[in-house]
Unconditional design. Structure first.
Length: 398
């Protein structure tokens, strides 16, 4: 954990948190100077009525006021592919939108960042942005983007509502690509736990494990600092306490509220301590190869990767135990083993995936899996030895 070395900590997104808070959206956009709002979402949220609920908020406004909701695009596909971003980008230009409202899970929230980035840079094909697999930008070369942007998460998982990073599937290569650039994150995030109440137990579990993975990878990061710890440790503790509650009773609004706040804190810690992320490295690879949803991939891999890489995780075993509310008298690798076992028991409690069998992942495909993990952009931070990749992949396949 860095105490005296240089680090930078940003949290540019203003967070508004309230059950039923979506009623504030028009006034928040008005404060940002928006006039023509585009709503981005997905077909599932349109089907269950969440998109219509947000549309109704704008329709209930005084007809003479601005901003106006001038377009609804509920066609963002899973994995936030470049093709989906390009299609939404074309629609945004057709309706002359000057601002973006993203309502959904990680794919929708990340797609909105892609649309925003492309509009700002006057691009027509987003694929050229991430064609190399990863694009990293920094201030001052990256400057503010004057496109009002509000993100409303409908899962407590990715935390994409506040992160200046996004993951996109390049359909042409099958690789999940990364864009990390200041100012692509939303100006405001509205955390309304009421929107997560209808989330099925399975999706609640997998997205919650995504958030837990963000928090724990931040705790174990070589770039962890006191600021990231403040978010990561509390986020993990809240998830460990509340995720079983919301899986068992999806209408527990207090636990839902705790989860959505923990998710936001977790991604902030993750991004602001970004360094070695072995779990995400492997999750990106399996997601790209087999379209395993990112939350499920992290859920399966979290204890497997920790167990396979004791030389990386053991030094932070006591911090990981603290993050998981685990009381143990062990230390070092012995304590790490307790942490891994605690995670496996936690998997059972919430009923999340523990292997990739349901996605028909085969051990006979091991060579491709090794190549995908070794060549994922996240491997630049911490290359996992091939023998460990084999061990991880073999266990994950089940």
């Amino acid at each position: 954990m860095s105490k005296t070395g240089y680090f930078q900590y940003n949290m540019r997104t203003a967070v508004h948190c309230a059950v039923g808070g979506i009623v504030r959206l028009p006034s928040l956009f008005e404060g940002l100077g928006a006039k023509r709002v585009l709503l981005l979402s997905d077909a599932g949220l349109k089907q269950v009525g969440i998109v219509d609920k947000v549309v109704q908020v704008f329709e209930n406004m005084n007809s003479g006021t601005t901003p106006k909701l001038v377009g609804v695009y509920p066609e963002i596909t899973p994995d936030a592919g470049c093709d989906a971003v390009n299609a939404a980008l074309r629609y945004a230009r057709e309706i002359a939108a000057d601002s973006i409202l993203a309502v959904g899970g990680g794919s929708v929230l990340d797609a909105a960042k892609g649309v925003k980035y492309a509009l700002h840079h006057n691009l027509t094909d987003f694929r050229e942005v991430v064609d190399g697999g990863i694009r990293l930008e920094s201030w001052p070369s990256a400057q503010p983007i004057s496109i009002p942007h509000i993100a409303v998460p409908t899962t407590a998982g990715t935390g994409a509502e506040v992160s200046a990073g996004a993951v996109f599937l390049n359909e042409e290569t099958g690789i999940k690509c990364n864009l990390a650039a200041p100012f692509i994150e939303a100006d405001m995030a509205l955390l309304d736990a009421q929107l997560t109440v209808g989330l099925p137990a399975g999706l609640t579990a997998s997205t919650g494990m995504d958030a837990l993975t963000h928090a724990l990878e931040a705790v174990a990061s070589p770039s962890a600092n006191h600021f990231s710890d403040a978010h990561a440790l509390l986020a993990a503790q809240l998830i460990e306490q509340n995720l079983p509650k919301v899986v068992q009773n999806g209408k527990d609004i207090d636990a839902r509220n705790n989860m959505i706040q923990a998710s936001t804190m977790a991604i902030n810690a993750f991004m602001m301590s970004l360094n070695a992320i072995p779990v995400h490295n492997c999750a990106h690879a399996f997601g790209g190869l087999y379209h395993v949803p990112h939350g499920d991939a992290n859920a399966v891999l979290l204890p497997i990767v920790m167990e396979a890489l004791p030389e990386f995780y053991a030094a932070n075993a006591s911090r990981l135990a603290q993050a998981l509310n685990l009381d143990s008298n062990a230390s070092g690798e012995s304590l790490l083993a307790d942490v891994v076992e605690h995670l496996r028991q936690f998997q059972q409690r919430i009923g999340c995936a523990t292997d990739f069998k349901r996605w028909h992942v085969s051990v006979e495909d091991l060579e491709r899996q090794i190549v995908a993990i070794a060549s994922d952009p996240a491997a630049l931070f911490y290359p996992i030895p091939v023998d460990r990749i084999q061990r991880i992949a073999t266990k994950a396949v089940g």
